[in-house]
Design a protein around this ligand. Structure first.
Ligand code: CP
Length: 310
């Protein structure tokens, strides 16, 4: 199949075939990072701009590494020191970056839908690096890439997603991606962090952690987003850890080879113990490494489609 979209905004908008194309392209790019000279000329002459309105370590650096491995030029805009501080709108900022002849904007924003809005306003490519509670498509893609690498398939897997589902763009993108590729997803969270009606997306829902882990091939543990807890609705950290924290004792009751994932950053002793985070079942740092290949694939595909549309 041929990729035709100039933007990557969310897994909701992709077909099963398009998701598989990204994962297959990422597989072919992964080897580049093992070479002595970790670079290919695929995006030579292209410029990618990292425009991050929220903090990030993994995603921002990973996109920069990915773009550089493809020989693109990369510019990082820190919104705290840009004209955003003078009140410039998102669309004006985007149009100016376009006028500076960039080819791709990689954006993280605190508002859900911000990436969709920018993509509609611009001719150049927009890649969503996380928008509010909406989607974080490249995180879900690297999660699925890691699952496929470790377990050989996605279809038929039982994947538990545990934690702050309500505020999680990672959960939403994973739900779209995993269900489209034929996995069974079980969401596990305190009742207050489970969006009403989420079952309609085809997932199972429970507030019993042992039940969620019972038959799981993998557990994706979400970060508790305390910074978004304006109404102080979250359970106390200790209470949360006692009810939902992934510990060695809980893992001992799950499948022996269950894969433990986390998008990062981890709150150790809240979402999981350090023994689990650093233990034999954890693939957390492998997820980070796989993010490079997945983001190389995304940048390569959207740049090609953007070229056709110019
Ligand atoms: N997983 C993730 O989005 O991490 P960062 O916030 O560090 O980019």
């Amino acid at each position: 199949m041929v990729w035709t979209k100039k933007d990557l905004l969310g897994l909701e908008y992709l077909t099963q075939e398009e998701i598989e194309l990204i994962l297959d392209t990422a597989e072919s790019f992964k080897e580049i990072s093992t070479r002595e000279i970790k670079k290919v000329p695929a995006l030579r002459g292209k410029t990618a701009v990292n425009l991050f309105y929220e903090p990030s370590t993994r995603t921002r650096v990973s996109f920069e590494v990915a773009a550089k491995r493809l020989s693109a030029d990369v510019i990082n805009i820190a919104t705290e020191t840009s004209s955003v501080r003078k009140g410039e709108t998102l669309i004006d900022t985007g149009k100016n970056i376009q006028a500076l002849k960039a080819d791709i904007i990689i954006m993280r924003h605190n508002y859900s839908g911000a990436a969709n809005m920018l993509a509609r306003a611009l001719d150049i490519s927009v890649v969503n690096a996380g928008d509010g509670w909406h989607e974080h498509p490249t995180q879900a893609l690297l999660d699925m890439f890691t699952l496929k690498e470790k377990l050989g398939k996605i279809k038929g897997l039982n994947v538990a997603i545990v934690g702050d589902i309500a505020h999680s763009r990672v959960a939403r993108s994973n739900i779209w991606g995993l269900t489209k590729l034929g996995a069974q997803v079980t969401l596990c969270a305190p009742e207050i962090l489970l969006p009403v009606g989420i079952e309609k997306t085809g997932v199972k829902v429970t507030s019993n952690i042992d039940q969620a882990l019972e038959n799981a091939d993998a557990v994706n543990v979400l970060r508790m987003q305390f910074e978004r807890d304006e109404g102080a609705a979250f359970p106390e950290q200790l209470d949360y850890y006692q009810r939902f924290g992934i510990t060695e004792e809980r893992l001992a009751k799950a499948k022996k080879n269950i894969i433990v994932m986390h998008p990062g950053p981890i709150n150790r002793g809240v979402e999981m113990s350090s023994e689990v985070a650093d233990g034999a079942n954890s693939v957390i740092l492998e997820q980070v490494t796989n993010g490079i290949a997945v983001r190389m694939a995304v940048l390569f595909l959207v740049a090609q489609a953007g070229e056709v549309k110019k």
